[in-house]
Structures are given as C-alpha cells and as structure tokens.
Ligand binder design. Structure first.
Ligand code: MG
Length: 252
C-alpha cells in the first residue's frame, strides 16, 4: 500500500515538474575530434541524447548559408564573401567549413532538436533574405518540426516569426526586453545570458506566467547550472552537456 502511494506521488511529481532540457552550445564541441559548429558536434550532441543543439548561421554575398559563429572565418568576412572564397577552408577538426544545407542533411538522420541562431547581418534586407532561404531549406528538408530559431536581432526575430510556420518557436537573445515587453510579439520566450538572468531572476516566473519558456546561456560552471536548475529554467545551453545531464539526473 505504502509503495502504491509512493508510486502515485512520484508519478504526480513527474507530471507536474517542469522539464529541464540540455542544449549543446555550438554543438557538442568540447570532446574528441569535434569543433564548434561542426557536423561532428551535431552528431556528438545527438549521440549523448541532448535535447537540442545550437548553431550559428550567416549568409554569404552570393546567398549561401554558412554555419559559423563569428562574422569572419580565417580572416574572411562571410557576409561580403562569395562561397568560392570559403568552400576550401577547414575547421580545427579538419572538416570543411559547413554549409547549412550540409548540416541539415546530416541532421535528417538524427533525432536532436535544432536551435538555429540567425546572426545579425548588416542590413535588414540581408536578414530578410537569409530568413527566407533558411525557412525554405528547412521546409524542403522536412525538418520544420525539429527547428527552433533564436536571434539577437529584433528585426530578425520579427522576420522569423512571420516566415516560419505558425507555432515554430522563436526566441529573442538580446536580454534588453522583459518577457512582458516581448509578449506582444508572440515569441516562444526569452533566451538570455546567465548574467542577465541573475540580474532579473523574476523574469523566469514572469515568462512562465505569460506562457513563455526560458532558455539561458552559456551555463558552464556548477554554480550556474545549479542556479538554473533551482530557478526552473526550461532550457539550459551549455558547453558541458554531459556534466549538466548528470546534474539533472538525465539518463539518456
Ligand atoms: Mg550562438
């Protein structure tokens, strides 16, 4: 009898507790043979059973979508370069600099959620074009259900909301707007730095009360992980996904 009650309580806790999920920041790169924003980091993130993997996207002057964090790669500014100037360059782990097309093609064979960061381009027109190309490619690949979009760009956020299929989660990264201020744009939630969130811990409950989710980056120390777990952050973006999984008691 006592065991039955215990089981019922545990089931209730499992049903009511807010899930807390691990997002690999720029893929799972801090591991053998991997590199930031590489195909390998995508595959590694999937292999450990992380909920999602984040990666950064730029568009070249000739309209090729490239996965890279910085505006430049090996001294070449992606936004003003043509793809032929970049296509023979390699990441630290020896992989060619990946295009989004190549990344998504590999993702099709995996299960992990894809958190695509649209980088802020120098003009709204370029961002608009990048968003149109991203959304069309994702549709063509049949990956719409697995996509989430994030961006520091306020105009990019609105563009993603408009062009991605209804219900696609779009998060704002810039940390300058409260959940209440963002709520009129119908975004899925806030995706703010741990520094911003420690300054505004009340934004977590505020977001939840508005039906929004909270993602926090880049959460690497034990102390920051514990803070996010304690405050009920929904998605925790980290460079140390296996440590976080252990802390959350995840058994992938
Ligand atoms: Mg990013």
């Amino acid at each position: 009898m006592r065991k039955t009650i215990l089981m019922a309580v545990l089931a209730f806790v499992a049903l009511t507790a807010r899930a807390q999920d691990v997002v690999c920041h720029r893929g799972y790169w801090d591991t053998e043979g991997s590199a930031q924003n590489s195909i390998r980091s995508l595959v590694k993130a999937d292999s450990i059973g992380a909920w999602g993997t984040e990666f950064d996207v730029w568009m070249t002057a000739d309209g090729v979508l490239v996965v890279n964090h910085d505006a430049t790669f090996q001294g070449i500014t992606i936004e003003t370069a043509n793809w032929r100037q970049l296509k023979n360059l390699h990441l630290d782990n020896g992989e060619p600099l990946p295009t989004l097309e190549k990344m998504l093609n590999r993702a099709k064979t995996l299960k992990i959620k894809l958190v695509l960061e649209l980088k802020p381009h120098t003009s709204k027109d370029l961002e608009r074009e990048a968003v149109a190309k991203i959304v069309a490619m994702v549709k063509k690949m049949g990956l719409e259900e697995r996509m989430e979009y994030i961006t520091f760009s306020f105009s990019g956020m609105k563009e993603l909301k408009e062009k991605a299929p209804a219900g696609t989660p779009v998060y704002y990264l810039n940390g300058d707007l409260s959940p209440f201020q963002l709520s009129e744009y119908d975004v899925a939630g806030i995706d703010y730095s741990i520094r911003v969130m420690r300054e505004h811990p009340q934004w977590i409950d505020e977001a939840h009360s508005l039906g929004m989710k909270v993602n926090v980056w880049t959460v690497n120390s034990d102390r920051d992980m514990e803070w996010c777990i304690h405050y009920g952050v929904d998605y925790i973006t980290t460079n140390a996904p296996e440590k976080l999984q252990q802390m959350l008691g995840d058994n992938p």
